[in-house]
Design a protein around this ligand. Structure first.
Ligand code: FES
Ligand SMILES: [Fe+2]
Length: 441
C-alpha cells in the first residue's frame, strides 16, 4: 500500500535537499524500520554490561524489543524479548540477571540463555500429539539473525544476509580502536548507567546534528561565554582553571571560522568522521601521569601513534555516535516518527589513572546531564525542527553548504580545506538512506 502511495522514494532526496516528509511521514518511518534499522548492524551494548552468566540488558532494534544476555558458556546472545507460548515479554525490566535460565512469568515455559527451549509444564501430558514439543524450533525464543562484536562492542543484525560487521563498519571501526587503544590494557569497561533522553523529534534530526560543526558556536554560545567568563576569573585568581571549564568555553572561543578548519571524512553506508579535538594533548599533571603509564604499556612510538589520533566524533549510521577520545557514545533508538530515544554511555579506560576517568565523567555530565544547558539547547532545536517540518511553511530541508567543493577519492568524500562546516555529512547520510530505502528486497 505504502509502495503505491510513495512510488519513488528517490524523488524525496536530491543532492542538496530532502523532502520534509522524510522526517514526518509515519509510513516512511515504518519503511525505514524495515529496510534500515531491522536489517543493518545495530549496536546492542558492551560486553562488560553483562559480565556474569544470566546477566541481560533489554535493547530496542527498530521496532523489536530484544535482550542481550550472557550465556553460561561465556557467549553473548541477542534474542527477541518474547515468549514463544503466548507472546509475553520474557523480561520486563531494563536489565538484571535471569539466573540459570529464563522462566516466563505467565505459564513457566523455560529457556536456556541462548533461547533454546528447556522445559514446558506438562509437556508430556499436555502436548502429546500436537506440533509443540522439544524438537519444534518455534518453541524456542527467536534469536537475532546475526550477532558479532568488535573490541567488546556487541552488534546484532535482524537480517540473515549482508556484510560482516567489519565490512559494514569499514573505516568507522576506528571509533572503537581509538577508544580501546587509549587504555593501557587495550580494553574499556562500561560505566553501568546511562542517560536516557527521549527527544520529541525524528531520529535523523539527531544524527544530522552530531557532525554539524557549525551549530556549537551558535546553539551552545551562551554556555561557552558563561564558562569562558568564569574560566578567566579563576585563572586570574589562581593562575589556572580546571580543564572542565575549557571543555565548555571552547563552544564560544572556537568560532564558526575556526570550525571550518576541521574536516569531515564521509564513507559508504553514511558513516562519517569529524576530525579535530579541542584538548588533544594537554600538559597538566594528570595527563602527564597517564602518559607515563601508557608509555610503559606500549612504548614511546606506539604511544605517540595512539594519542596522535585526531578524532572528535565518529558517526556510525544509522544508530551510533562515538566520541572516542572522551570515551562516550550515544546510541539512537527510534521509537516513532517523532520520538527518539538516545542512550548516552561512557567508559573507563582499563589500567588508566583515576583522574582520567574523572575527566571523562566531567565531560559526560557537562554535555549530557539533565542539569546541563548544552543538551537542553540541542533538544530544543530538535523539537523545533520537527515542529517546523510538520508545518506547511515549506517542503524542503537544505543541505547545500559547501556543496560542490567536496573531494571524492575512492568512494570517500573529504571536505576541502577551510570547509569543515560543510553539510557533506548530512548529504552522505541521506545518500545512504536513499540506497537502503530503495534497495531491492
Ligand atoms: S506466555 Fe510465556 S509461558 Fe505462556
Ligand atoms: Fe550540540
Amino acid at each position: 500500500m505504502l509502495q503505491e502511495r510513495i512510488p519513488d522514494l528517490t524523488k524525496y532526496v536530491e543532492p542538496d535537499r530532502v523532502r520534509r516528509e522524510v522526517y514526518t511521514d509515519a509510513d516512511i518511518f515504518e519503511l525505514e524500520m524495515q529496510r534500515i534499522h531491522e536489517r543493518v548492524w545495530i549496536y546492542c551494548g558492551h560486553e562488560s554490561q553483562v559480565p556474569k552468566a544470566g546477566d541481560y540488558y533489554a535493547v530496542q532494534i527498530g521496532r523489536q524489543p530484544m535482550l542481550m544476555v550472557r550465556g553460561a558458556d561465556g557467549k553473548v546472545n541477542v534474542l527477541y524479548n518474547r515468549c514463544p507460548h503466548r507472546g509475553n515479554m520474557m523480561c520486563g525490566d531494563r536489565h538484571g540477571n535471569t539466573g540459570d535460565f529464563f522462566r516466563c512469568s505467565y505459564h513457566a515455559w523455560t529457556f536456556h540463555h541462548d533461547g533454546r527451549l528447556k522445559s514446558i509444564p506438562m509437556m508430556e501430558s499436555g502436548y502429546a500429539g500436537t506440533r509443540y514439543g522439544r524438537d519444534n524450533p518455534d518453541c524456542s525464543m527467536k534469536r537475532a539473525a546475526r550477532v558479532e562484536s568488535y573490541r567488546g562492542f556487541v552488534f546484532a543484525s535482524l537480517s540473515p544476509d549482508g556484510e560482516s560487521l567489519l565490512e559494514f563498519l569499514g573505516e568507522s571501526k576506528v571509533a572503537f580502536d581509538d577508544m580501546c587503544d587509549r587504555a593501557p590494557e587495550g580494553e574499556v569497561e562500561i560505566v553501568p548507567n546511562c542517560f536516557r533522553v527521549i527527544q520529541h523529534s525524528n531520529w535523523k534530526i539527531f544524527l544530522e546534528n552530531q557532525l554539524d560543526a557549525l551549530h556549537p558556536s551558535v546553539t551552545h554560545q551562551s554556555t561557552g561565554r558563561a564558562a569562558h567568563d568564569v574560566e578567566k576569573l579563576i585563572e586570574k585568581k589562581t593562575g589556572k582553571a580546571p580543564i572542565s571549564y575549557h571543555m565548555l568555553s571552547a563552544f564560544a572561543t572556537v568560532t564558526i571560522d575556526k570550525w571550518d578548519n576541521f574536516q569531515t571524512l564521509n564513507y559508504p553506508h553514511g558513516h562519517c568522521i569529524l576530525t579535530g579535538y579541542m584538548g588533544l594533548r594537554p600538559q597538566d599533571p594528570d595527563t602527564l601521569a597517564y602518559d607515563k603509564v601508557m608509555i610503559k604499556a606500549y612504548g614511546q612510538k606506539r604511544f605517540e601513534e595512539i594519542v596522535g589520533v585526531n578524532i572528535h566524533h565518529v558517526l556510525i549510521y544509522p544508530g551510533l555516535s562515538v566520541q572516542s577520545p572522551l570515551q562516550q557514545l550515544r546510541a539512537v533508538r527510534p521509537l516513532g516518527v517523532d520520538r527518539t530515544l538516545t542512550e548516552i554511555w561512557h567508559f573507563r579506560l582499563k589500567g588508566a589513572p583515576e583522574p582520567i576517568y574523572r575527566r571523562s565523567l566531567a565531560y559526560y555530565n557537562l554535555v549530557n546531564s539533565p542539569a546541563t544547558i548544552v543538551n537542553a539547547d540541542d533538544l530544543e532545536n530538535f523539537w523545533k525542527c520537527h515542529q517546523g517540518l510538520s508545518s506547511d511553511g515549506g517542503d524542503w530541508v537544505s543541505f547545500a553548504r559547501h556543496l560542490g567543493r567536496d573531494i571524492e577519492k575512492n568512494g570517500v568524500v573529504e571536505t576541502a580545506a577551510g570547509c569543515g562546516t560543510s553539510e557533506a555529512p548530512m548529504r552522505n547520510q541521506m545518500k545512504a538512506w536513499a540506497q537502503y530505502m530503495t534497495a531491492e528486497k
